[in-house]
Design a protein around this ligand. Structure first.
Ligand code: GLV
Ligand code: MN
Ligand code: MN
Length: 433
């Protein structure tokens, strides 16, 4: 058990895959799952708060290292704080790498990220049980700060490694308390002096496969426990700063107010309207208000827009439409508006050759007798970032409600088992041929 891990329940029923069935693969999964379950679990919300470089994140990292060492794998933390557990020579090249992330969104579910990491160790155990011979080096990874919950930018660890985040920009990232990313890394016991592109490391990867809980209901609708990813929608985050005039809530006539909250509220409605018109997604899910007093008209409302669409033109159209509407409302109300794009990830089309190879390996292995479905997603992943540098693929495990980024996120025991078996089959097909 990592030091400092709160002693708590091994996971509420919503977060535990349960024990009712004999596990066909990855007998170790449940014990790992139970050990990780209390780390960063918030007792009131029942959700996870595993923010990058926080005490909970440090505990998750200690758990990862302990899993690596228990299996005799070589553990290393790379220059960006991503963790690697190696079977075979890390320097040999053409490695097969699997893994995901252990950090969470605010009050996130148990599965987004950890399912991929825990299933990776369980799949390795399954391969040892099968007695296979590895012909390529294999690594399991935990990429740092995938969710971007603390510093506002998603996939910081993989972006830095892939050279998709400038070191100077990373050094400027600050959390809500003003703590910079380097300071947070330092407090967690990591050296921020080395962050930056890691092309040699990425060049030694022959294939990266990330298993992830599905964050929608596509597999539930097709009736399949496991799917293969085709693409990730382009997506980004935009910060809208609405500035008005702070004033007294009890004495300022309505006609005399410059209230940025009203303009923000109109913009939220415009975002919904534009999303419906274009077939895109647009969400204001985070807000900061100054001075944030119940009896004060705000001076500043800062809202963060998350928008995603199936293609770039649609994404451009929805964001342009929302910004245009916000500027019109702001001008009418005497509100100053700044819009800043804080992050952007273009469309990702996973490599067809690797995707097809996964399809071939998994053909006929499932209970359905059908080919494994291939599906796109609107959710971002480290696999999407790495796909620009490395042949990359993803496996999705059915989520019966589709709910994600919520304590209610879930995957059934049988489906987690099917995911481990599928990942083991894929790793065997790629690394043991
Ligand atoms: C990560 O889960 C994202 O898509 O925001
Ligand atoms: Mn997520
Ligand atoms: Mn994730």
């Amino acid at each position: 058990m990592p030091s400092g891990t709160p002693k708590g329940p091994p996971g509420a029923s919503a977060t535990s895959p349960g024990t009712s069935r004999q596990w066909r693969a990855g007998d170790s999964f449940l014990s790992m799952w139970r050990e990780l379950a209390p780390v960063g679990l918030h007792p009131d919300s029942g959700g996870y708060r595993r923010y990058a470089w926080s005490a909970a994140d440090v505990d998750c990292r200690a758990w990862f290292r302990a899993q690596a060492e228990a299996r005799g794998l070589t553990h290393e933390s790379d220059r960006n704080g991503n963790q690697w557990a190696w079977l075979g020579d890390p320097l040999a090249g053409n490695a097969v790498v699997t893994g995901s992330h252990l950090d969470s969104v605010p009050d996130g579910g148990a599965f987004d990220g950890p399912l991929g990491v825990v299933s990776s160790f369980a799949a390795l155990d399954e391969l040892h049980r099968r007695g296979v011979e590895f012909t390529r080096p294999l690594a399991i990874t935990n990429f740092g700060d995938e969710e971007g919950a603390r510093f506002g930018l998603a996939c910081v660890g993989s972006r830095l490694a892939a050279g998709q985040l400038a070191v100077a920009d990373a050094r400027r990232l600050r959390d809500a308390d003003g703590v910079t990313l380097p300071a947070a890394m330092e407090r967690a016991g990591y050296d921020p002096g080395t962050i930056g592109p890691d092309p040699q490391r990425l060049a030694r990867i022959g294939a990266f496969v990330e298993l992830h809980v599905e964050q929608g209901r596509a597999l539930d609708l097709t009736g399949d426990p496991v799917g293969i990813a085709s693409a990730i929608w382009p997506h980004g985050r935009w910060r809208f700063d609405f500035r008005g005039e702070a004033n007294h809530a009890g004495t300022t006539r309505l006609a005399d107010r410059r209230d940025p909250m009203l303009t923000y509220a109109e913009t939220v409605l415009a975002a919904r309207r534009e999303a419906e018109l274009t077939g895109a997604l647009a969400t204001f899910g985070k807000i900061a208000v100054e001075p944030n007093g119940v009896n004060a008209i705000p001076s500043l409302v800062r809202g963060w827009l998350d928008s995603r669409a199936a293609d770039q033109a649609t994404l451009d159209a929805v964001v342009t439409g929302i910004e245009r509407a916000a500027r019109e409302y702001a001008e009418r109300a005497g509100i100053d508006l700044d819009v800043v794009r804080e992050s952007f990830t273009p469309v990702v089309e996973f490599e067809h050759a690797l995707r097809d190879e996964l399809g071939r390996i998994l053909e006929g292995t499932g209970d359905t007798g059908r080919p494994v479905p291939v599906l796109g997603t609107g959710a971002g992943h480290d696999a999407g970032i790495l796909s620009a540098s490395v042949p990359t693929a993803m496996l999705f495990v059915r989520n019966p409600t589709g709910i994600s980024h919520s304590p209610a996120e879930h995957a059934a025991e049988d489906d987690c088992t099917a995911g481990i078996e599928a990942l083991a089959d894929v790793l065997e097909g790629l690394a043991c041929s």
